[in-house]
Design a protein around this ligand. Structure first.
Ligand SMILES: NC(=O)c1ccc[n+]([C@@H]2O[C@H](COP(=O)([O-])OP(=O)(O)OC[C@H]3O[C@@H](n4cnc5c(N)ncnc54)[C@H](O)[C@@H]3O)[C@@H](O)[C@H]2O)c1
Length: 337
């Protein structure tokens, strides 16, 4: 079987999830990594016996890559992805697509023109729980979704922002708790509901992080064209990462997500449930919500090999990206808004 020549750009905190996945999946050969911090690139290169670069264009020139993982500060995601497209390289980018809508839409267009795949990480869609609920809604088993809610109370202490030169900034991160942490639960609900958004009403504030200007709290109501009303609350001033709560109230039953588990209580008394089960073990990887990178990365590689269509394409991810950008528009905290 042909192996994909794979590289990664950005050897920071999330990179271990991508490196371990690429290293373990048999259809890929991890060949190169890049980070402007030379020590980080060299450390990763030594560990995985691959080539290290500090300039991604040089990596594209020399490595003849089939696919690259883009794991960078948010404002660089589409700029770097577009360079990859010009080299004919398929891209799997971490969320969010970028810090504005237009750049993301342009990247989707360019990928199409260059005939390469552009995937966006939303790994929580690969949780067993999410798959169960999506199927129960899509098949009609749960009937019409009537309303939904999500609550995220996580911990991002000052040290989280102090350790980073881009997190907590409007220009590089594009926001705070919404674009970085709550984006996953908002994406899950948006994907499950699967209808265009009609209206977004939001308030956001920075209530507990004096050292940054971005929002650390937000709540809002999203109304969909199919009539569903989705209320969300998120804040990262909590003492720990509490389980995400997502609820759906449907015609034929109720859904309760608790972290990576889901329970569906049908009106006829039957119950369906899904649990994460065999959790992939990542040395130094994430030990909380959302550790299904390997499933999405495998799907992306299969799509690169032409074995199946890409699940979460740029076009698909634009739906959630547009919603996140609308939340910021309505939240009116971003400078210039
Ligand atoms: N899916 C998830 O659950 C999840 C979790 C955490 C982070 N993320 C996402 O992963 C991405 C990276 O986050 P992180 O926490 O690893 O950040 P990080 O700051 O730890 O890592 C980013 C790395 O990019 C490098 N970099 C910056 N500019 C560069 C350039 N021009 N060329 C090469 N390297 C460059 C930095 O030196 C740094 O090492 C973000 O999009 C973030 O939202 C996703």
């Amino acid at each position: 079987m042909k192996k994909l020549r794979v590289g990664i750009i950005g050897c920071g905190r999330i990179s271990v999830m991508h490196l371990v996945s690429a290293d373990n999946l048999e259809m890929a050969e991890l060949v190169a990594c890049c980070d402007i911090k030379e020590n980080l690139a060299k450390e990763v290169a030594e560990k995985y016996h691959i080539n290290a670069y500090t300039n991604y264009k040089e990596m594209f020139e020399k490595e003849n890559l089939d696919a690259v993982h883009v794991l960078l500060p948010h404002n660089l995601h589409t700029d770097v992805s577009k360079v990859a497209f010009e080299y004919g390289v398929n891209v799997l980018s971490e969320k969010p697509m970028d810090v504005n809508y237009e750049k993301a839409a342009e990247a989707v267009k360019l990928a199409k023109e260059k005939n390469v795949l552009y995937g966006i990480i939303f790994q929580c869609r690969y949780n067993n729980s999410a798959k169960l609920v999506k199927e129960a809604v899509s098949s009609g088993k749960l009937g019409k979704v009537i309303s939904a809610s999500s609550i995220l109370t996580w911990a991002r202490p000052d040290s989280y922002y102090l350790e980073s030169d881009w997190k907590g900034t409007w220009d590089k991160e594009g926001g705070g708790v919404v674009i970085d942490q709550a984006i996953h639960s908002i994406d899950l609900v948006n994907w499950i509901i699967g209808s265009p958004v009609k209206d977004v009403s939001v308030s956001m504030a920075n209530r507990g992080h004096n050292i940054v200007k971005v929002e650390d709290s937000a709540e809002g109501l999203i109304t969909y064209e199919n009539g569903v009303k989705y209320g969300f609350y998120c804040m990262n001033n909590y003492a720990t990462d509490e389980p995400i709560q997502i609820r759906l109230f449907c015609e034929n039953g109720k859904v309760v997500f608790d972290y990576d588990d889901a329970y569906i209580y049908y009106n006829d008394g039957t119950v369906e449930e899904a649990h994460q089960g065999d959790v992939a073990e990542y040395e130094g990887g994430k030990d909380y919500w959302g550790f299904q990178h390997i499933r999405q990365i495998e799907q992306f590689y299969n799509a690169c090999l032409g074995l199946e269509p890409l699940d979460i394409s740029g076009e698909e991810a634009l739906k959630t990206h547009k919603l996140i950008m609308d939340i910021y528009e309505k939240g009116a905290m971003r400078p210039g808004k």
